[in-house]
Design a binder for this molecule. Structure first.
Ligand code: DGI
Ligand code: FE
Ligand code: FE
Ligand code: FE
Length: 187
């Protein structure tokens, strides 16, 4: 699917602010893909659709998580996690994208997962550092993303986990597993 068609589809699903975020993720993901050896066209497509389900009603997302036998663990964790796996499902069934590398990058863009592909990492990190993001620690991650993909990812995960701990919120197990796997894999 070409870029303009994809953007036209996703624009209808998003607010103006979230659409501008999506453009930022797209541009950043293409840069990271070229730098770290992911397919830039897949990165473009995954980035465009990564937040496709962001504004779906919670009841609709919950129904999909149950009916599609997704990890039921999602239901007891923050509802912010839901739009990623539900988005991958809807992008396949509503938009007709069937490239599973692209769908997995969408599915894991919020939680991360163990053994992330380069494309998964590119989308996860682009979502975190795109130019529209302004939160504590993002500038450091942006700098490191210029030369070390895994270290940038570890720092973004650390920041997210710290943010959740600071609010005494639960941390989704895959987020911790991703953080550990990257950290231990690096030695
Ligand atoms: O959809 P975006 O806002 O672009 O970004 P995202 O898909 O990475 O969502 C991140 C939000 O999810 C962020 O506000 C933190 C929240 N969240 C809640 N629990 C968890 C979590 N994020 C991760 N990675 N792990 C959690 O356990
Ligand atoms: Fe998201
Ligand atoms: Fe499928
Ligand atoms: Fe996003």
């Amino acid at each position: 699917m070409d870029r303009n068609k994809a953007l036209g589809i996703v624009k209808q699903q998003l607010t103006e602010h979230r659409y501008l975020h999506t453009i930022g993720v797209m541009e950043t993901a293409i840069e990271l893909a070229n730098k770290y050896g992911a397919d830039p066209q897949k990165a473009e497509l995954a980035a465009i659709f990564h937040d496709y389900a962001k504004f779906r009603p919670k009841e609709e997302m919950k129904k999909i998580i149950i009916e599609q036998n997704m990890s039921q663990d999602l239901l007891v964790h923050n509802t912010e996690l839901w739009h990623a796996p539900v988005g991958a499902f809807l992008v396949e069934t509503e938009v007709g994208i069937n490239d599973h590398e692209v769908l997995n990058a969408i599915k894991y863009h919020t939680s991360g997962r163990m053994n992330m592909s380069i494309l998964d990492k590119v989308i996860f990190l682009a979502d975190y550092i795109e130019p529209g993001r302004h939160f504590p620690g993002v500038e450091e991650v942006r700098e490191i993303a210029k030369y070390d993909l895994d270290t940038a990812l570890i720092l973004s995960l650390r920041n997210t986990i710290q943010f959740l701990l600071g609010k005494t919120q639960p941390v989704y197990p895959d987020t911790v597993l991703t953080y550990n796997a990257l950290l231990l894999g690096k030695k």
